[in-house]
Design a binder for this molecule. Structure first.
Ligand SMILES: C[S@@+](CC[C@H](N)C(=O)[O-])C[C@H]1O[C@@H](n2cnc3c(N)ncnc32)[C@H](O)[C@@H]1O
Length: 276
């Protein structure tokens, strides 16, 4: 049986468009031990390897399980990251957050960065890989998530520090006024009904739900105040509806700071940078 015929059978069994075809390509690539999807697409006439294990994984995909959890890894800014259901699958918008924060942070010197709620370590590791002279720390309230972040850091040979705790309040006073960039993609969905049903079913609630939806921005802005170095910056991923609440929140907390809101590739306001 060729790879193409297995692909066509798979598509027929669900109906074209019912399952994301790129996810099927990824499963086919993985089970045929090919290095990338392009190689797969140029070798569709080859004999399919590991048909049974492909079929097993394809049944999971049909039920709505994300391909990243099925394979146990995903790609983030060119890095391969281990993931499991204790961590959010890093999103494309977050890749943009990392690139914008690096581009807009006005320092080429050695600086200290904290990624609050690091999950798989995606943000912290991508920053470290691009800015090797920066000192990068990732924190999370979830021990299982930190275990995944540690595995990823080891596999990628990236030297970041990882700390367990709630927000930023637990960081020692010796770090006061030493952090130049606090970056985070915090939970910001107010209730489960707003989630895509498959996100709700498979991804960790702890990574998604905030009540109210400003909860973690407020916490991190308050707790980060003593840690930020002069002219430090917060860089957040946001929902577009959070622009005004964030502006109101910082009026008294950071009266002389200015927000910059940026759009993602789809034209939605998804990034909030506070220059203090
Ligand atoms: C939206 S996920 C982001 C994960 C990762 N940074 C990314 O962008 O893919 C939010 C993360 O915040 C963590 N988290 C939730 N509450 C927290 C808290 N109070 N303090 C620190 N981390 C928290 C969750 O465990 C989760 O890993």
């Amino acid at each position: 049986m060729t790879i193409l015929s297995v692909y066509q059978q798979a598509l027929q069994s669900v109906g074209i468009g019912a399952v994301d075809s790129f996810s099927i390509h990824q499963l086919l690539q993985f089970h045929n031990q090919m290095k990338d999807v392009n190689t797969l697409l140029t070798h569709l006439d080859q004999t399919m390897k590991n048909v049974e294990s492909f079929n097993r994984d394809f049944s999971r995909l049909k039920k709505g399980e994300p391909v990243a959890y099925i394979l146990g890894f995903t790609s983030f800014l060119g890095m391969t990251l281990k993931v499991n259901t204790t961590v959010l699958i890093p999103r494309q918008e977050t890749e943009e957050l990392v690139l914008k924060a690096i581009q807009l942070f006005p320092s080429v010197n050695k600086i200290n960065v904290v990624d609050v709620g690091t999950g798989s370590g995606a943000i912290a590791l991508a920053i470290k890989s691009r800015m090797p002279h920066w000192h990068v720390m990732g924190t999370d309230i979830s021990q299982p998530a930190l275990k995944i972040a540690k595995t990823n850091a080891n596999h990628l040979h990236l030297d970041i520090s990882l700390r367990h705790g709630d927000g930023l309040g637990f960081l020692e006073t010796k770090l006061n006024h030493t952090i130049h960039l606090i970056i985070s993609n915090p939970p910001y969905v107010a209730n489960e009904q707003q989630l895509d049903p498959f996100v709700k079913q498979y991804e960790p609630r702890l990574a998604l739900i905030a009540n109210p939806n400003t909860q973690f921005y407020e916490q991190y802005l308050k707790e980060g105040k003593r840690l930020l170095a002069p002219k430090g910056m917060f860089a957040f991923e946001i929902d577009p509806s959070l622009v005004s609440p964030l502006q109101n929140m910082t009026k008294t907390m950071y009266p002389s700071a200015t927000w910059t809101f940026l759009k993602d590739i789809n034209g939605k306001t998804r990034f909030a940078l506070l220059y203090t």
